[in-house]
Design a protein around this ligand. Structure first.
Ligand SMILES: [Zn+2]
Length: 456
């Protein structure tokens, strides 16, 4: 049956406002103008970083950020809630001071590693270098450890004769491996991230670490004074992921999600890792809610906790929602700081190449044209891929991510507004396109990824 043009117009006018047919082009224009002209992203990022502050998993600050983000999602008219999970112990940094006493006097700069214990008051001890092959031989004999301060690598090298070669030492010192006095605090106890470690461990700025290595290489006796105070909050401690839904229409049982981790390390304020990603997710929610049209699939926004200690919040989410993973159709994760979004890392999921080209065509003019088959590790999409959900991380302009990442320099002043507005446009556009995709979406295929072999 052919309907006349006036009849079609009449039908359109009679539909409820929410369901009025609008061209996708008009919707993508509205997304873009809301992202650039109506942006609220920087104000929220500043509140998160400067007023709530750094957000260690298990801290009161992260709990405050969970509450605040839940309230923000609700203020956009979305359904929002918090999903609890547990960690063994919380941890808090108090103070850390160090001096080189011999062969020359000078102050040193260091920071305790996350979830490491305090020194027993002021520690005065000789320093030995366990990063050198010759010293490893000494380590196997077990003669040089007890009561000493050890320069070590991240992973203890276990010798033949000793189970934990560092168990009896007074303190482990690691190289921050960052330039220009930047500190670090990460990846010391990846297997048991929330356990109370028994050996104090701290990162020296790279300049100080190398100075001590040079002195030891010249066979000088090096003496240090160190005092580190940290606090454990014995658990179990309840932590949360913040979750919000923009409800879909005819396919509302299917979920397309955007994710970022809200937790951070605590030397800076967790701006580029990952206040930026979290606030882009929040801004995408605000933009899509402002359209006042229901997508076909439900769009879910997830702010994970515990990412920094091993993607733990997203692993918990996947575990708690195991029965619904089949209905999680796709996911987009942002976690590389303040750079604009360039593409997706598709982990060799070939069917998604053409799909993503279609979905992101409206933002191709924003330099979103570098989608590749490569892998991307290190963030929460991996937890979903393990459950066959096609979740992918954005490729981003790294800007200064390598410098700010996990350091005292990860602060609000590093955020670049134009890049984050671009990111919010791209994320909202992609979510909208995927949520309204006609037809079934392919699942994540581990066999395809395996075809990459060792290549990225
Ligand atoms: Zn991160």
């Amino acid at each position: 049956m052919h309907r006349s043009l006036p009849a079609i117009l009449l039908t359109a006018l009679c539909l409820p406002a929410q369901e009025k047919a609008r061209s996708s082009e008009e919707i993508f224009d509205r997304i873009r103008s809301e992202a650039y002209e109506g942006s609220e992203l920087m104000a929220r990022l500043q509140h998160l970083c400067d007023r709530i502050g750094p957000r260690l998993t298990g801290s009161e600050q992260l709990a405050a950020a969970n509450l605040w983000t839940e309230a923000q999602f609700k203020s956009f008219g979305l359904r929002a809630w918090q999903e609890p999970w547990e960690i063994e112990n919380g941890w808090r940094r108090l103070s850390a001071q160090a001096r080189l006493v011999a062969p020359v006097e000078r102050a040193l700069t260091l920071a305790a590693g996350g979830w490491t214990p305090s020194t027993q008051g002021l520690l005065s001890a000789e320093v030995v270098d366990f990063t050198r092959p010759r010293r490893e031989r000494d380590q196997r004999e077990g003669s040089m450890v007890e009561g000493r301060i050890l320069l070590t690598g991240r992973t203890p090298r276990v010798g033949r004769a000793v189970e934990d070669p560092f168990a009896d030492c007074a303190l482990r010192l690691l190289d921050s491996q960052k330039p220009h006095g930047l500190l670090n605090m990460t990846r010391l106890n990846s297997g048991t991230p929330y356990a109370m470690g028994s050996t104090p461990a701290a990162f020296l700025v790279s300049e100080d670490f190398k100075l001590i290595q040079r002195l030891l290489d010249a066979d000088e006796q090096v003496l240090m004074e160190v005092e580190i105070a940290n606090q454990f909050m014995p658990g179990p401690i309840e932590v949360h992921n913040t979750v919000a839904d923009l409800e879909g229409s005819d396919l509302k049982e299917e979920i397309v999600f955007a994710g970022a981790h809200l937790d951070s390390w605590d030397l800076g304020s967790g701006t580029t890792d990952n206040g930026t990603g979290s606030m882009v997710v929040l801004e995408a929610a605000r933009i899509l809610a402002s359209l006042d049209i229901k997508p076909r699939r439900t769009i879910r926004f997830i702010l994970f906790s515990g990412e920094e200690q091993g993607l733990n919040g997203s692993k918990e989410y996947v575990k708690q929602h195991a029965a619904e993973m089949e209905r999680h159709s796709a996911g987009l994760v942002m976690d590389i700081g303040t750079g604009s979004l360039w593409g997706l890392s598709l982990h060799n999921q070939t069917p998604f190449y053409a799909l993503s080209e279609d979905w992101f065509r409206p933002v191709a003019d924003l330099n979103f044209d570098a989608t590749s088959m490569r892998r991307q590790g290190g963030t929460d999409h991996l937890s979903f891929q393990a459950a066959s959900v096609p979740a992918f991380a954005f490729i981003q302009d790294p800007v200064e991510y390598g410098l700010t990442h996990h350091t005292q320099s990860d602060t609000y002043d590093k955020a670049v507004p134009e890049n984050l507005m671009q990111a919010a446009t791209v994320m909202a556009t992609g979510l909208w396109a995927i949520a309204n995709h006609a037809g079934e979406l392919p699942r994540f295929d581990a066999k395809l990824e395996a075809d990459l072999g060792g290549r990225d």
